[in-house]
Design a protein around this ligand. Structure first.
Ligand code: C2E
Ligand code: CA
Ligand code: CA
Ligand code: CA
Length: 275
């Protein structure tokens, strides 16, 4: 069995008062720190359940606050989205991820994919699809190793635009996962028309395995994915019991603290060397 690996960093949690009165300051600081290249991209391993081998990783932003303290993306991503700064940050993330794919290939990891989160304002900007393709080409990365994670809200935004953007990405070989699946309100019939590759079962439903529903929703989502020909990955797996249950449900892949937390580059390399 694998043990959790990962530094224990803490998140700085602003008080309610801080948060309301300092949002603008926080945004100003985020802009400044981003311009100073202070944001970091960390990577959380994703494993194949059958082989227990690492097959990829999700790229997650980290904003250093104090030594060993980070402001949670759950706090600053909404600010970045609201202000539009996410478009530039998103391009930077994409750039970092492609650079990382190239570095991985150079040291022999030629088959690990990187999943990047894409939020609505990013997906909506006209430059998005061309810049993804341009970045991949510039780093000479295999397109099937880049996966974009979009949420249901992105998918439901403007169906026709979304479908054509996804088709363009797909025809280029890029993979697409639907993130936090089951949390939003997608129309299931619409979902079936989208050129998706993977469904990410939200952590809430993995958590529910040992709580109220005994895994009923997780199982339903995994079965749905199988029926419509999509790969499935469970996120937020923290215990051996949760792993056993999703294995039973024939989920394909897993991501969670049970295996590894999001890791900075050097620790990721150490983890890969052992797994
Ligand atoms: P998400 O895309 O749903 O990412 C998964 C979150 O679950 C991450 O939180 C990850 O650290 C956390 N997680 C993974 N395994 C476990 C586990 O076993 N237990 C628990 N309790 N948590 C686990 P994180 O890194 O704080 O990111 C929060 C959210 O911020 C992400 O949720 C995503 O929506 C957003 N985000 C992060 N990086 C980016 C980015 O580069 N671009 C955009 N647009 N959004 C990002
Ligand atoms: Ca995600
Ligand atoms: Ca998620
Ligand atoms: Ca989420």
């Amino acid at each position: 069995a694998k043990k959790t690996l990962g530094v224990n960093h803490q998140y700085y949690e602003p008080s309610m008062e801080d948060e309301v009165s300092n949002r603008l300051n926080m945004l100003r600081k985020l802009r400044a720190d981003f311009a100073l290249d202070k944001l970091e991209l960390w990577y959380q391993p994703q494993l194949c359940i059958k082989t227990q081998k690492v097959v990829g990783m999700e790229a997650l932003l980290r904003w250093p606050h104090q030594p060993n303290q980070y402001i949670s993306p759950a706090v600053f991503i909404p600010l970045a989205e609201y202000s539009g700064l996410i478009v530039d940050i998103g391009l930077w993330v994409l750039e970092q991820a492609c650079q990382q794919l190239k570095r991985l290939a150079e040291v022999g990891y030629t088959n690990l994919r990187i999943a990047v989160n894409v939020s609505m304002p990013q997906f909506r900007s006209a430059q998005f699809v061309p810049s993804v393709i341009e970045t991949i080409q510039r780093y000479q990365v295999a397109p099937h190793l880049l996966e974009l994670e979009i949420t249901e809200s992105v998918v439901m935004d403007e169906p026709n635009r979304v479908i054509s953007a996804l088709q363009k990405l797909k025809s280029f070989g890029i993979k697409v996962a639907i993130d936090d699946f089951g949390i939003g309100f997608s129309s299931l019939s619409y979902l079936q028309q989208l050129p998706l590759d993977r469904i990410k079962v939200d952590r809430a439903f993995i958590n529910a395995i040992d709580q109220q529903d005994g895994g009923l929703i997780a199982e339903t989502i995994i079965n749905l994915g199988k029926r419509i020909g999509l790969q499935t990955i469970a996120e937020g797996v923290e215990t051996a019991e949760q792993l056993a249950v999703i294995t039973q449900m024939q989920c394909d892949e897993v991501q969670g603290y049970f295996f590894a937390k999001p890791l900075p580059h050097a620790e990721l390399m150490a983890y890969l060397a052992e797994n």
